[in-house]
Design a protein around this ligand. Structure first.
Ligand SMILES: [Zn+2]
Length: 447
């Protein structure tokens, strides 16, 4: 058991094992100064340093989240259904949320992420308007709720404010948004850009942008979103379901990736989320443009999306990242493991992703605008995750293969910017299960 790491306690930490940029190291001492590592040195005695259990990994980046989807866990399996019937349930939950209830739900969801070792989260934020699409008095009230939620939960937030203009795409073009979708929509790309321009970065939050998908944003709006994003991260849902590809081909005569490429959207600041149903040309285009591809395996299997071509994308030059997306599972170690396991199922071969590649995908903070995070190295933000190697799941595992055995339940200690957020497996906010229950139950109660 860890004795626990207290706020304000010693600024030196010792780990028997740690995953440094050069690989696994032993007897590592971390010195923290302000929010960064002043030094990280292997082969050192513990001395008076606080001892961390197990193996220490860099903080994890959850590159794709919709915080409010956490309310759907364990609520959508009766009757089976499809991605599209799941989406109807998601819309029903969205309809019940206001800035206060969203603050409570997102605080609990982000605290659960911290317990799983997440230190930065990319929030793909489209629930930005009130019922019927009416703006709140503060048009960014829902974004401010997310900012406060992340600060309370102790994780850094990238608010990927999402342009969402249409209800869907068919062979004849885009549909008008209907029903609950109106809450996701600004009056046009110009109105979206104006609202986003009023959002400010703060120490724990950076602002980025998103194109919801080629279903929800017509081609003539891409340029304005690209321009508004500037050098900030720009994310887009891409080819999650075959129906999106079929509609895009029918209307534009191109795949979604081809459409984005032709419009000049793709580049190294862009993340394509899912990237599940791709042609060889799509893979080459995404790789050549150094687009990060964000896999969300626990969501993609829950929604029967399919298995994306992770190995082929990486070989083409696309960095990979991971997201818990709809939070049917909040366990980034499971997402990382699934990258390899899905490749095994689709290829019939083992060892498709090297452990170093899984660690890189777990720590893709740069893809959500925090390039100074994600490494156990001097000068980096002082994020770390201590994963126990003495639990029923991990006992006996070789430290360098812990990522293939551990789960979120084995996370003992999490530092974010040098501050202890999780200690001894407990979040600083206390009982996260109770926070989740209290936030979610009212959303399912009869009105
Ligand atoms: Zn998503």
């Amino acid at each position: 058991m860890s004795a626990g790491v207290r706020a304000g306690a010693g600024r030196r930490f010792h780990a028997k094992w740690a995953m440094l940029p050069g690989g696994l190291a032993r007897d590592v001492v971390f010195e923290v100064s302000g929010g960064s590592f002043a030094s990280v040195a292997a082969g050192q005695p513990a001395g008076g340093a606080a001892r961390l259990p197990g193996i220490v990994l860099p903080g994890f980046a959850n590159a794709h989240s919709h915080a409010f989807h956490r309310a759907l866990r364990g609520r959508t399996h009766d009757g089976g259904g499809t991605f599209w019937t799941w989406r109807e349930r998601m819309y029903a939950v969205a309809a019940r949320l206001d800035p206060d209830s969203y603050l409570a739900l997102a605080r609990a969801a982000y605290a659960e992420m911290a317990l799983a070792g997440v230190t930065s989260v990319g929030e793909f934020h489209y629930l930005h308007h009130g019922p019927g699409g009416v703006p709140y008095a503060d048009p960014n009230a829902m974004a401010e709720a997310l900012r406060a939620a992340a600060a309370d939960a102790g994780v850094r937030l990238t608010l990927l404010d999402t342009c969402y203009l249409a209800g869907g795409l068919g062979a004849d073009g885009h549909f008008a948004p209907a029903g609950e979708q109106r809450r996701f929509c600004d009056a046009g790309a110009g109105a979206w850009a104006k609202r986003v321009a009023a959002l400010r970065d703060s120490p724990g939050m950076r602002v980025g942008a998103a194109i919801h998908s080629v279903r929800a944003v017509p081609r003539d709006a891409f340029g304005m979103v690209r321009e508004a994003a500037g050098r900030r991260p720009l994310h887009v849902h891409l080819s999650e379901q075959p129906a999106e590809n079929e509609a895009c081909e029918a209307y534009y005569g191109r795949t979604p990736a081809g459409l984005l490429a032709d419009a000049g959207v793709l580049g190294p600041a862009v993340t394509a989320v899912h990237a599940t149903h791709l042609t060889g040309g799509d893979i080459a285009a995404l790789g050549a443009a150094r687009v990060t591809c964000c896999f969300c395996p626990t969501t993609e299997r829950d929604l029967a999306d399919g298995i994306g071509p992770a190995r082929a994308l990486a070989d083409a030059g696309a960095p990979l990242s991971l997201g818990s997306d709809q939070h049917v599972v909040t366990d980034l170690l499971e997402e990382a493991r699934a990258l390899e396991m899905n490749e095994r199922l689709s290829s019939g071969r083992r060892g498709r992703m090297r452990p170093a590649e899984l660690h890189a995908a777990l720590t893709a903070h740069a893809s959500i605008g925090w390039p100074e995070a994600g490494a156990l190295a001097a000068g980096a933000r002082a994020d770390l995750v201590a994963v126990r190697l003495d639990s029923p799941r991990t006992a006996g595992a070789a430290p360098e293969q812990a990522v293939l055995a551990a789960t979120a339940a084995d996370v003992d200690t999490v530092l974010v910017d040098g501050q202890p957020v999780v200690s001894g497996g407990r979040h600083r906010l206390g009982d996260v299960g109770a926070l989740l229950r209290d936030a979610i139950a009212p959303l399912w109660a009869n009105p």
